[in-house]
Design a protein around this ligand. Structure first.
Ligand code: BG6
Length: 489
């Protein structure tokens, strides 16, 4: 039996962004207010301890709604992709992108979520974006929900905690399928659906002080998202049998803090609760038994309607997408660990790994481990739809951004990706986060930059918004050109 020594010929190389972090166009052409418009920038925030930033309260929402400005709420202006998408997509094409991942804003198409007819101007915007992507011969990868549900649904229903939101979301998704039929093959239902457990507000719109039993509401909201994802997978396939619906999680790769069996058991539990619960439901099509025990222990009884479990069983996702930034550690005595920040939550420090300036622990080999573990469990095509490093880039006097640290991070991760492909993992694509600098999801900073393309804008929204190619831009161009063979190592 032969082995593959490199990436498949049709491997989808590219990059990703999200509407709420890039578009701007706040209030433009009928767009409604979204949860992301509440996300605030605080320059005194402790970068390695973002817990406070993650707890959105009714008071924070009310204060934000009274403030029409964008200074404190940078996701309202993004990087003005709304007006500069042609230039941005052309730059991605210049790097040789085969695929461009972006999301379509629910609040741009159904401003309060409750309308029965869509906002034509919102749909027209994505027509134009798709035309640009097609012009450059790229494949679009569309995330239907990426942390920006209409805020009106939060205020009226406490977000996804209320089952009625399913119907509105399904209407939104079907509107997209109908409009962009035959133009989009790859879809993702919910960005990082497991974020509902960690950054609940931005993912599900559930506000803690509106809930009598917050944890139950988190899981109830996620259950509603599971059902909605199954419904839209059914509808997508009925309309476009060739199209593919992916599920997506933020993969929290975790290791036991020691070889003490208690730590290993904790790792098993963390894996089940934080990762596999979501993909077991969305790929295997059923609630895993280990969650029964968790729900009983936590006093959670989920409300399900007749037919829910059948839907989950009948319409699983076609492929498994995930983001991978760092790894964590699991310990039976987690409180005793030195903490560091990570994507969506914090974790214990791993003495064998270095960290980014935001404390995210850099672990390329963890990516190979993850790809193998996930593929072994599910045997479906995998797609890495986010991977990258947030860093404070500097522009030199002669206008260069020498982001060697980003190149080093990506080199090592792509190298491990290749190892996994050689191991036999069916990996179909890689969209680096983020093609171009955008507003940080977690901190709403501009100075936490991920892109191959620098955007001249500071944390307060000052700057020319000019785009500048970083050193990594030219490096990635070669990676794609050589189908991952030339990593410049
Ligand atoms: C993922 C999100 O959680 O991580 C992205 O899907 C986000 O939206 C990315 O930007 C990086 O996180 P952050 O907080 O550094 O922007």
């Amino acid at each position: 039996m032969g082995t593959t020594k490199s990436f498949p010929k049709d491997f989808l190389w590219g990059g990703a962004i999200a509407a709420c972090q890039s578009e701007g166009g706040f209030g433009k052409n009928g767009r409604g207010i979204a949860v992301s418009d509440i996300s605030f920038f605080d320059k005194n925030i402790d970068r390695q301890d973002l817990a406070k930033h993650r707890n959105i309260t009714t008071e924070i929402i009310e204060t934000a709604m009274k403030d029409p400005g964008t200074k404190r709420y940078p996701k309202r202006h993004g990087i003005d992709f709304y007006h500069r998408y042609q230039e941005d997509i052309a730059l991605c094409a210049e790097m040789g992108f085969k695929v461009f991942r972006f999301s379509m804003a629910w609040s741009r198409i159904f401003p309060t979520g409750e309308e029965l007819t869509p906002n034509e101007e919102g749909l027209a915007f994505y027509d134009a974006v798709l035309t640009e992507i097609e012009k450059h011969g790229m494949e679009p990868l569309v995330t239907i929900s990426h942390f920006e549900m209409p805020l009106a649904l939060v205020n009226k229903y406490n977000g996804w905690a209320d089952r009625r939101v399913i119907e509105m979301f399904v209407r939104f998704a079907n509107t997209l399928f109908d409009r962009y039929k035959n133009r989009v093959k790859y879809w993702i239902s919910f960005n990082e659906i497991n974020a509902g457990r960690f950054t609940t507000f931005k993912s599900t719109g559930v506000v803690k002080d509106k809930s009598e039993h917050y944890l139950r509401d988190c899981y109830q909201a996620v259950h509603h998202q599971f059902v909605a994802a199954a419904m839209i997978t059914r509808d997508l396939h009925a309309m476009m049998p060739e199209a593919k619906m992916g599920c997506m999680i933020a993969f929290f790769t975790t290791y036991p803090a020691t070889c003490n069996p208690d730590d290993v058991i904790q790792m098993m539990l963390d894996n089940q609760y934080d990762n596999f619960f979501y993909t077991d439901v969305m790929i295997r099509g059923k609630y895993p038994k280990y969650m029964n025990r968790f729900f009983v222990d936590e006093g959670i009884s989920l409300v399900m309607e007749e037919g829910d479990l059948e839907l989950l069983a009948n319409y699983p996702a076609d492929y498994l997408a995930f983001s991978y930034y760092m790894s964590s550690i699991s310990s039976a005595k987690a409180d005793e660990l030195v903490q560091t920040d990570a994507n969506l939550k914090s974790t214990g420090k791993n003495p064998y790994l270095e960290s980014s300036d935001w404390g995210w622990q850099i672990d390329p080999k963890g990516l190979r481990y993850t790809l193998n573990t996930v593929y072994d469990r599910y045997q479906v095509p995998l797609f890495i739809v986010e991977n990258g490093i947030g860093a404070e880039d500097q522009v030199t006097a002669d206008g260069q951004v020498n982001d060697d640290y980003r190149i080093a991070y990506l080199q090592k991760h792509i190298e491990q990706m290749r190892e996994a492909v050689v191991d036999g993992v069916d990996l179909i694509g890689y969209t680096m986060w983020s093609s171009i600098d955008i507003i940080s999801s977690g901190t709403s900073e501009m100075s936490k930059r991920y892109g191959f393309i620098y955007v001249d804008q500071d944390d307060e929204g000052n700057g020319t918004l000019n785009r500048l190619k970083k050193k990594s831009f030219y490096w990635y161009q070669k990676v794609i050109e050589s189908n991952g063979e030339d990593l410049g190592i």
